[in-house]
Design a protein around this ligand. Structure first.
Ligand code: F6P
Length: 328
């Protein structure tokens, strides 16, 4: 055990995701178990800059495993992007006697953490927490599974009304530049078409496919559109284009938005957060630094923050083929 690590800080940064509280709990409890102090910083890196933190023991994280959001709050700090901001953060960590940081968030969080660690020689470990699942080095990020379930539940409801009114629905889901949420929720909800940024389906193919669906006897259809997809610039223009070209369709658009980020985490996300964060604490106590923990083939592994940032988590394009076959 690395005796130089006596006090570990933890924060949540970037877009919140269900399971972040389970992650905070696991950090605080693992610290208590290994008898090191734990301190939670509010509002991500901004709390580090402002010295806004709270001491956390095993009891301060009671009853949060089931709660959505993050008790430490989250932010995307602009000040931390500057070297002056990072210097202030390093000074405040020194004052608070923090020896290492655990950063729960997505690629923006890891990018900031890596620069900070290099500039100020403070060990950091990244824990992937984002609904987007767009992080290399892990099969799953914390919050993705819950978001998928939220989306599937919403599309099931949209399907009910779509089918009652013989309508075509375009459902926009989150994911930033990645199509993980769209692809997996689309297959899970039995969507007729799935549009993702990683694959250019093209407008003509979409029209042909919807036309085929209609001729095959389908009376309603769902097209899941990832927010990063550029097939029709945006979901509203896409729907307008389709309606213009297929006037028999009665089309509607639903943008699911931030509902995807909330809610009680699924069991999968709670277990994932627990496993990843115990490992994050253990890595620091083993003298490791500047790594990201991840779940790879159901084993908890780690990779460098550098590779997590440089390499790309590829989507499984075979799911598009599966979707094509099953939406016949
Ligand atoms: O990264 C998570 C995410 O929800 C993305 O899917 C989305 O593009 C973005 O954050 C939205 O960010 P904000 O909450 O700042 O609008």
């Amino acid at each position: 055990m690395n005796k130089t690590i006596k006090r570990i800080g933890v924060l949540t940064s970037g877009g919140d995701s269900p399971g972040m509280n389970a992650a905070i709990r696991a950090v605080a409890r693992a610290c208590a178990y290994y008898k090191v102090e734990c301190v939670g910083f509010y509002r991500g890196f901004q709390g580090m800059i402002d010295g806004d933190y709270v001491a956390m023991d095993a009891r301060s994280v009671r009853n949060i495993i089931s709660r959505g959001g993050t008790i430490l709050k989250s932010a995307r700090s602009k000040e931390f992007l500057t070297s002056e901001g990072r210097k202030k953060a390093a000074d405040s960590l020194k004052e608070a006697k923090i020896d290492a940081m655990i950063l729960i968030g997505g690629d923006g969080t890891f990018r900031g953490g890596k620069v900070f660690s290099e500039e100020h020689n403070i060990p950091v470990i990244g824990v992937p927490g984002t609904i987007d699942n767009d992080i290399f080095g892990t099969n799953y990020t914390i919050g993705y599974d819950t978001a998928l379930n939220t989306v599937v539940e919403a599309i099931d409801k949209i399907r009910d009304t779509a089918s009652s009114h013989n309508r075509l629905f375009f459902v926009e889901v989150m994911g930033r530049d990645a199509g993980f949420i769209a692809l997996n929720s689309g297959v899970g909800a039995g969507a007729e078409e799935i549009l993702i940024p990683e694959e250019d389906l093209g407008l003509e193919r979409l029209l042909a496919s919807l036309e085929r669906s209609r001729r095959s006897g389908k009376t309603s259809s769902i097209v899941v559109v990832s927010e990063g997809d550029k097939t029709g610039k945006n979901v509203f223009e896409l729907a307008a284009y389709v309606t213009e070209n297929l006037p028999d369709y009665d089309s509607k658009v639903t943008v699911l938005g931030h509902i995807q980020r909330g809610g009680s985490p699924s069991c999968f996300d709670r277990v994932l957060a627990s496993r990843l964060c115990v490992k994050a604490v253990e890595l620091l106590l083993d003298g490791k630094r500047d790594l990201m923990v991840g779940l790879v083939n159901n084993q908890i592994e780690s990779c460098t923050l550098e590779s997590a940032l440089k390499e790309k988590h590829d989507i499984n394009k075979d799911l598009l083929r599966i979707s094509d076959i099953l939406s016949t």
